[in-house]
Design a protein around this ligand. Structure first.
Ligand code: SAM
Length: 360
């Protein structure tokens, strides 16, 4: 059967818009990395010389970036002038959360850093497609790590312990009321989730685990800056059994990235204390493949082909899921690794689907 497809013009237009979008993300990356949004937020309306002076960048670059940002609609022109040097620009108050406030719920700008990280590793990804090998997470560099930590940080600092875990009342109440509970946050990345768990459950022992050494270093720094006492360990989730038992294990946007998700889940099941739970947050993709897909499917397949699958392929006899992790896959993995129950939790979220796995 011949399925109707979009006309050629529509695809040409889409790719043209994608090129603009990619370039605008690079502009956002420059603005954040050089502290330009923060400077505009602190000083209000600035002309190119003012921005250059406060942010310590070269004036010619300041002028071009300000003009580009205004043309893109991310900044507004505050004082019109025919003289490019005299025109002033401002960051609208309601864009501060999107572009500069790292814990604001609308803070989506870290995607810019993730894209730059992916671009950095793309030659390695091309090679991996040819050889069938993987690409180590470290190859995606500091930009990717920073972006990954940043994109989930707003949700972790507020929703993880304010909405998601309270959505499992017996679990949440036990962690609040019974001192000495042990929590493992596996694939903790920059540690924002681990820090949030330690803050919300001060009588629990919380440990963050990650395979990536640089992520663990970031997490240690972030916890110290936040003044939170929490332990981080550079280790594979598949070796968790030795560190158990844990009353709660969290696996936040990590299962789909693992080279050996089955081994990791089996180790986590063995590391659970009697009555303990594994709480998984992973992508809220459709139940089944269909094409063309919606924005979530397009986004998740985009990450999968360029980052998550290559990262997951980095291991001997790797069997990664990829970003498009459907509920049936989680159920199959849970059953194969000896979990007695795999519940899809009724916690509303646009991007994440939540699962509770228990041994019995
Ligand atoms: C997509 S990132 C998510 C990081 C963090 N949970 C967040 O949401 O920002 C996946 C993380 O899992 C880690 N990871 C992948 N496989 C792992 C494994 N087998 N054991 C421990 N960590 C692992 C990676 O190093 C990476 O930091």
């Amino acid at each position: 059967m011949c399925v109707a497809h979009a006309p050629q013009d529509a695809i040409t237009e889409r790719l043209f818009q994608s090129a603009i979008g990619t370039l605008e993300l690079f502009g956002v990356y420059l603005g954040r990395t050089l502290g330009l949004y923060r400077t505009l937020h602190e000083h209000g309306s600035l002309n190119p010389a003012g921005l250059a002076d406060h942010a310590r960048i070269a004036p010619r670059y300041a002028r071009e970036w300000l003009e580009q940002q205004a043309v893109a609609g991310f900044l507004v022109v505050d004082r019109e002038a025919t003289d490019d040097a005299a025109r002033t620009y401002r960051l609208p108050d309601d864009y501060v959360g999107v572009l500069a406030d790292e814990e604001h719920p609308a803070h989506i700008a870290p995607f810019a850093h993730m894209m730059v990280g992916v671009a950095r590793a793309l030659p390695r990804v091309v090679e991996a497609y040819r050889t069938g090998a993987g690409v180590p997470y470290a190859e995606f560099g500091a930009d990717f790590r920073y972006g990954q930590g940043g994109i989930n940080r707003p949700a972790f600092v507020s929703d993880l312990t304010g909405v998601w875990l309270p959505g499992v009342p017996d679990l949440h109440e036990t962690l609040l009321r019974e001192p000495g509970r042990r929590i493992a946050d596996v694939g903790c990345g920059a540690g924002w989730s681990t820090i949030a768990l330690a803050r919300a459950y001060p009588d629990a022992e919380v440990v963050g685990f990650d395979l990536d050494e640089a992520s663990i270093r970031d997490a240690v720094k972030n916890a110290a800056a936040a003044g939170v006492r929490v332990r981080f360990v550079c280790a594979d989730g598949a070796a968790l059994t030795a560190d158990g038992p844990f009353h709660l294990i969290t696996l936040l946007e990590t299962l789909h990235d693992m080279a050996h998700p089955d081994e990791a889940l089996a180790a986590m099941r063995a590391a659970l204390a009697p009555g303990g739970s594994l709480f998984i947050a992973d992508e809220r993709v459709a139940e089944e493949f269909s094409a063309p897909g919606d924005d979530i499917e397009r986004m998740m397949y985009g990450w999968s082909i360029s980052h998550c699958l290559p990262v997951g392929m980095d291991g001997v006899r790797a069997r990664p899921v990829g970003t498009v992790i459907r509920p049936a896959t989680v159920r199959r993995l849970a059953q194969a690794t000896g979990f007695g129950s795999c519940e899809v939790l009724d916690i509303p979220n646009q991007l994440f689907r939540f699962y509770r796995l228990r041994a019995a």
